[in-house]
Write a protein that binds this ligand. Structure first.
Ligand code: MF3
Ligand code: CO
Length: 250
């Protein structure tokens, strides 16, 4: 599938889809506290999305059973919400959420602290978020796709963390996952040339330990192989003639 360039009208729809998703993430963040379950987060997120007149794009995607991916501690991504999984003080929790507005998809992820967490856990969250911002400094028309990947890698490597390689970012638009794939680690080639009107979901996933991941028996939940904490930060961004627009920021 070719990389799509969005028209002015499509960009407006992407902007609105992403603006609504940013509000969902804001509400989910307010809900984080010890004692709630990961299913509470999913229920709240799905209600917020549906009350906006939108559709949760993750629900039933390749059979994924929920609207919000909720991944705790060593869970990297795609954790399945459960009414027996309680958030506890000291946990870190990642929410990955997306929605469809008038046929246009948005996708974003955040990692939050549950109550008071260890400084090293907070540092992992902060570095993961900053790695996204380092990456999008390169997200300019005329640059190449893997300039983004290289910038994320160069920044994160200095901390000795493991950059997850088995999962990558992606184009987004009338489909949740469009070309191109966007690795979060340096590539030998330059990749495609970035053009105005491309909308990309850039999403570093960073482990405190090694980069290796494995899948649990539920066939969804991705965990770090060494059991170390993992953080995720994702926004849907628009490539423009100038600076990129981060569409899913509140
Ligand atoms: N944000 C996730 C991604 O980009 C989408 C998760 S799909 C789901 O891959 F099925 F797990 F929800
Ligand atoms: Co994504």
């Amino acid at each position: 599938m070719a990389v799509t360039i969005k028209s002015a009208r499509e960009i407006e729809l992407m902007r609105e889809s992403c603006r609504l998703l940013a509000k969902v993430h804001q509400e989910l963040e307010y809900a984080v506290k010890p004692g709630i379950t990961t299913l509470d987060i999913d229920r709240l997120g799905e209600k917020l999305i549906r009350d906006m007149g939108c559709i949760p794009n993750f629900k039933n995607y390749n059979g994924y059973p929920a609207s919000i991916c909720v991944s705790v501690n060593d869970e990297v991504v795609h954790g399945i919400p459960s009414d027996t999984r309680y958030l506890e003080e000291g946990d870190i929790v990642s929410f990955d959420a997306g929605l469809i507005y008038k046929g246009y998809h948005s996708d974003a992820a955040r990692t939050h602290a549950v109550g008071k967490i260890k400084p090293e856990a907070q540092k992992l969250i902060d570095v993961t978020k900053q790695s996204f911002f380092e990456g999008i400094k390169m997200a300019k028309a005329g640059n190449h796709l893997y300039d983004i990947s290289g910038a994320i890698d160069a920044y994160v490597s200095g901390f000795g963390y493991g950059i997850v390689r088995d999962l990558v970012g992606h184009g987004i638009g009338t489909h949740l996952h469009e070309d191109p794939q966007i690795p979060n680690f340096a590539q030998k080639k330059r990749g495609i040339r970035l053009e105005p009107g491309m909308t990309l979901a850039i999403e570093p996933m960073i482990n405190m330990g090694t980069a290796e991941v494995e899948w649990l028996d539920d066939d969804w939940t991705v965990v770090s192989r060494d059991g170390s904490l993992s953080a995720h930060y994702e926004n849907t961004v628009l490539i423009t003639d100038g600076e990129p627009e981060i569409l899913t920021l509140y």
